[in-house]
Design a protein around this ligand. Structure first.
Ligand code: ACO
Length: 348
């Protein structure tokens, strides 16, 4: 039976470290508030003009490809997950193909926000299992710092996010004792507006109470208008407490689903790599599943929430620190905007 295994992994974070105290220069917040509510101490911000979501993805990809012992010419498909693409379209996948001078292989962009990387891994896994491709580059990258409201108005969101990228090479293997055992994907759009960036977009308030956002005249016929910018609609919007309540239910559910599908218990896990949404969410999940500290990896303290990049960055750091060895049972799990949530269980 053909399976896919992670043959190489890499990460890239910008060198520019931004502490919580630095954010107090722009907005009314404190290091204490941010650490207490999110666990975050600092995050990285990309260079304004020299680094993009794609260029960070390229840096992570180079390392993953080298560690897989292959070259860019061996990659036969690209899956790129991000919510902060260089262009609205085309996607980052083709920009990465160009930047890495790859062959004219397929490139697919995944727009599933915080669960984007786990979704992307699942997509790549299916292509490998069917025998269509042998080496797939899966990238998660974000340049959030370009799209946050740094005034006090946006502080509940902007303090949380950071920039970075992670990448893996998924490769086919016939080894029964290694690779991705299963992936589990879910969505529920009931609360799509709880965590969203509304504009630019084509909805013209179709889904929302117009009185609460724009009157008929303000909506206009445009993808983007001055009124939208004035109302901060070009920044992410989040009802934090509602996200928290759903996340702490769906994270454990989807992890248990992956374990049950393969006849494992939480105690069997060597390492859980949760999407680094918020340290309090990860701690809640740890408690619920009765996992010990060694079984859960967190690095949100250093990088903030890097959305599609958070799982591969955490996985890469855990692997580099020697916390994952061949044969170990590892679970990747994510939850985010949409809502969408997902898990992948694998034997390293
Ligand atoms: N600094 C200081 N005060 C702040 C800040 C800030 N950065 N942000 C909000 N506040 C204030 C609010 O204005 C509010 O003040 P008020 O009581 O005077 O009105 C007060 O803090 C409480 O606001 P809440 O939004 O209720 O804050 P909460 O305690 O819920 O914490 C947080 C906010 C951290 C976002 C929390 O809701 C949470 O952890 N949510 C989970 C969502 C999450 O982690 N999202 C990450 C991205 S999505 C994802 O990855 C799944």
């Amino acid at each position: 039976m053909v399976r896919s295994k992670i043959a190489g992994i890499g990460m890239y974070v910008p060198s520019n470290i931004v502490t919580n105290n630095e954010l107090t220069r722009y907005m009314d917040t404190t290091d204490e508030w941010i650490q207490e509510r999110t666990g975050i101490k600092e995050r990285r911000y990309a260079h304004r003009t020299q680094e993009t979501t794609t260029t960070m993805g390229v840096e992570a990809a180079k390392i993953a490809i080298e560690r897989a012992g292959i070259t860019v010419n061996d990659i036969d498909f690209i899956v790129f997950a991000t919510l902060s693409p260089d262009y609205y379209f085309p996607g980052c996948g083709v920009l990465l193909q160009r930047a890495m001078k790859m062959k004219q292989v397929g490139a697919l962009d995944v727009r599933n926000q915080c669960s984007g990387f786990v979704y992307a891994v699942s997509v790549a896994d299916q292509f490998i299992k069917t025998g269509m491709y042998k080496n797939i580059l899966v990238v998660g990258a974000e340049k959030h710092s370009f799209g946050l409201d740094f005034s006090t108005r946006g502080r509940n969101v902007s303090v949380i996010f950071g920039d970075g990228a992670g990448a893996v090479v998924l490769q086919s293997t016939n080894d029964e004792n290694r690779g991705i055992l299963s992936t589990h994907l879910h969505s529920d759009g009931t609360d799509a507006e709880i965590l969203a960036m509304f504009n630019p977009g084509t909805h013209a308030n179709h889904w929302r109470e117009q009185s609460a956002t724009f009157n008929e005249a303000e909506i206009g016929d445009m993808f983007m208008s001055h009124a939208m910018v004035e109302k901060a609609e070009n920044f992410p919007n989040m009802d934090g407490p509602s996200v928290f309540k759903t996340a702490v239910v769906k994270f454990p559910e989807v992890i248990m689903e992956a374990l049950a599908a393969n006849n494992y218990q939480p105690a069997d896990l060597k390492l859980l790599i949760p999407h680094q949404a918020n340290l309090r969410i990860a701690q809640f999940v740890q408690q619920k599943l009765k996992l010990n500290d060694e079984q859960v990896f967190n690095n949100i303290q250093k990088y903030g929430n890097t959305t599609a990049a958070s799982v591969p960055i955490a996985l890469c750091e855990a692997w580099e620190a020697g916390k994952i060895k061949e044969g170990d049972l590892v679970c990747l799990a994510a939850f985010g905007s949409g809502f969408t949530w997902a898990s992948a269980l694998l034997k390293w």
